[in-house]
Design a protein around this ligand. Structure first.
Ligand SMILES: C[S@@+](CC[C@H](N)C(=O)[O-])C[C@H]1O[C@@H](n2cnc3c(N)ncnc32)[C@H](O)[C@@H]1O
Length: 239
């Protein structure tokens, strides 16, 4: 199998990357393909599509190449500790660590793909790009069904997210250092959408994970610290 290029993405680490790209519409990434792909030719006419499927390797999985067996049952974050079969989930930890994401194709310039609404990490090896074909790739809502635990979002999602005035000033200042954003509103919008969901692991929610430091994640070139106040849930963000 050949890698056709490595993603450049605003998500620098696994922690802070959304579980599906569509929940952070303002997330951004670019894909520059290898010379062998001859992108100027091979992406011709691709700009006629609004969305593409990306097929890729979960190269940051911690169990890659290890002896440990893939777990056949996993605990999806939404199920609060309950287990289901791995194939009933989108867990990155699978017999073959292959990811599949539907992302928005914003533009193509000189063979470089500019995308948004992504959930891939920076450096992700891309195996293929395929156009999304609405007539055949989408199932009419009255025929499509997903597990109830997936459809019913738990109450912690869609939290109110606020930013402290001093954090806002810092973020406005650091916009100049960002790779993917040049407007404060755009980067803040993406960070807010990330934090609308409770991204903490079960261990972090239990107060584990080591230390008293506020949780943080890398986003583009900033480190975002946040805290979660008790219900009604609210995150305060400090960059
Ligand atoms: C639940 S998976 C879903 C991925 C894809 N949409 C799918 O359905 O196959 C999304 C998570 O994969 C993780 N991820 C993204 N790119 C990765 C990579 N290259 N290596 C390891 N984990 C990755 C991020 O932590 C992200 O939150």
């Amino acid at each position: 199998m050949k890698v056709i290029g490595r993603m450049r993405s605003c998500f620098r680490r696994r922690f802070g990357a959304p579980r599906q790209g569509s929940v952070v519409a303002g997330s951004r990434a670019i894909l520059k393909m290898t010379a062998e792909c001859n992108a100027a030719m091979s992406t011709d006419s691709l700009d006629q599509y609004s969305h593409v499927w990306l097929i890729y390797v979960f190269h940051e999985n911690t169990n890659l190449g290890g002896k440990s067996q893939v777990k056949s049952k996993v605990r999806p974050p939404r199920l609060g500790g309950e287990k289901v079969g791995l194939f009933a989930t989108r867990t990155p930890h699978r017999p073959n660590p292959i990811g599949l994401s539907l992302v928005k194709l914003d533009r193509i310039k000189d063979g470089v793909l500019y995308m948004s609404g992504i959930d891939l990490l920076d450096g992700t090896p891309i195996l293929d790009v395929k156009p999304y074909l609405p007539p055949t790739d989408s199932i009419p809502p009255h025929l499509a069904r997903a597990a109830a635990w997936f459809e019913e979002l738990p109450g912690v999602d869609n939290a109110r997210v606020t930013i402290r005035p001093e954090a806002m000033q810092q973020l406005q200042f650091h916009v100049r250092d960002l790779e993917f954003y040049d407007a404060y509103e755009d980067v803040w919008g993406a960070i807010r959408d990330i934090l609308r969901f409770d991204i903490r692991s079960l261990t972090m929610k239990d107060g584990g994970g080591g230390g008293r430091e506020e949780p943080n994640f890398h986003f583009d070139n900033v480190l975002v610290y946040f805290s979660v106040s008790p219900p009604p849930l609210r995150h305060l963000c400090l960059c």
